[in-house]
Write a protein that binds this ligand. Structure first.
Ligand SMILES: [Zn+2]
Length: 334
């Protein structure tokens, strides 16, 4: 085959369309210049890259066009057309990664459908409200891994979140980051909606592309249903309202009202600010209120991946898969 490693890497980036970060994350630690001369090391390099990135290994052996395994198993929401061939890349990367994640969550019980209100009730027993941390611990308790992607398979990031089904197991990949928990909590709740409403067929995924401030479910009934599920889970109502007195309410005023109502209604105040932003389209005010609600910013991705690292049993994976999962989560080895 005699394609050197540098040319092979260039082929994955230029012809397959993968980001350099994704190829680097999947590149095995054992690779060295000395391995270049070994045909078996070259074959193993291609096999390991194929496994991690969801590529057909045979398509990596020659010098031809790399082929993704999951070509059309993903349904894309808020996405029209695919001029740059992003769909197979995202769905294959997501499926391959979720297979590894599920391997690190052994002995999980099969996921049963559950209504938003029943799930809300069970989460709220003993808790004041449902925020990002409560959603994460609920998902993990049900054997559904949730991680934040620090390595994205495409150069341009357009995905908010993705959910994947393999057999009776599910996983959620979050791509959109935020400085406060509420916007990301909504995406996680929305993906749980897709999962618990039975939108996913075995071996399929749903990729959500729009961000929360352009949330416009449009005519897609599954998107509307997942949004309603998320809102009902987080607030108790499929279409809640937040009213702030007077026109042109300020961020601090909104924050105070969200905290007051949240306390009474068992709704995380940041979620109420998002609901207000959605209803009024006053997104700058809604986003600015988060600073008053939470006190200080934090990276939502760190929260998600810290929880994930505590929950994943990475010893279930081989060293190569473990290194890849850690790299994708922005977690250095140790
Ligand atoms: Zn969706």
């Amino acid at each position: 085959m005699t394609e050197n490693a540098a040319d092979f890497k260039a082929r994955l980036i230029r012809r397959a369309g993968l980001s350099e970060a994704a190829v680097d994350a999947a590149w095995p630690e054992w690779w060295s210049d000395a391995a270049e001369a070994s045909p078996s090391a070259n074959a193993e390099l291609r096999f390991t890259l194929a496994r991690k990135l969801g590529l057909d290994p045979r398509s990596l052996m020659g010098k031809g066009q790399p082929k993704f395994i999951w070509d059309d198993s993903a349904r894309f929401k808020g996405f029209s057309g695919d001029p740059s061939g992003e769909r197979p890349i995202l769905s294959s990367f997501g499926m391959a990664l979720c297979r590894m994640l599920l391997g690190a969550v052994p002995d999980a019980i099969p996921v049963e459908p559950i209504s938003a209100l029943r799930l809300r009730k069970s989460i709220l027993s003993g808790r004041q409200d449902i925020g990002l941390l409560e959603l994460l611990s609920t998902a993990w308790a049900m054997g559904i891994p949730v991680i934040h992607l620090r390595v994205y398979p495409l150069t341009a990031k357009r995905m908010s979140a993705m959910s994947v089904r393999l057999g009776e197991r599910f996983a959620i990949l979050v791509a959109r980051d935020a400085m406060y928990p509420a916007p990301v909590a909504f995406h996680v709740a929305h993906e749980l909606g897709h999962i618990f409403l039975g939108h996913l067929q075995d071996g399929h995924s749903i990729v959500d592309l729009e961000s929360i401030d352009e949330l416009s479910s449009g005519a897609d009934p599954e998107e509307q249903a997942a949004d309603a599920y998320a809102l009902e889970l987080l607030t108790g109502r499929p279409s809640p309202e937040v009213v702030v007195e007077g026109p042109g309410a300020g961020a601090r005023q909104l924050a105070n009202e969200a905290i007051r109502v949240g306390q009474i209604e068992h709704i995380e105040p940041g979620t109420l600010a998002m609901v207000y932003g959605h209803a009024t389209k006053a997104w700058p005010t809604a986003m600015a209120s988060l600073r008053h609600i939470y006190g200080q910013p934090m990276d939502a991705w760190r929260v998600i991946n810290q929880v994930a690292l505590r929950q994943l049993d990475l010893s279930q994976l081989n060293d190569e898969s473990e290194a890849f999962v850690r790299a994708v989560m922005g977690a250095t080895h140790g």
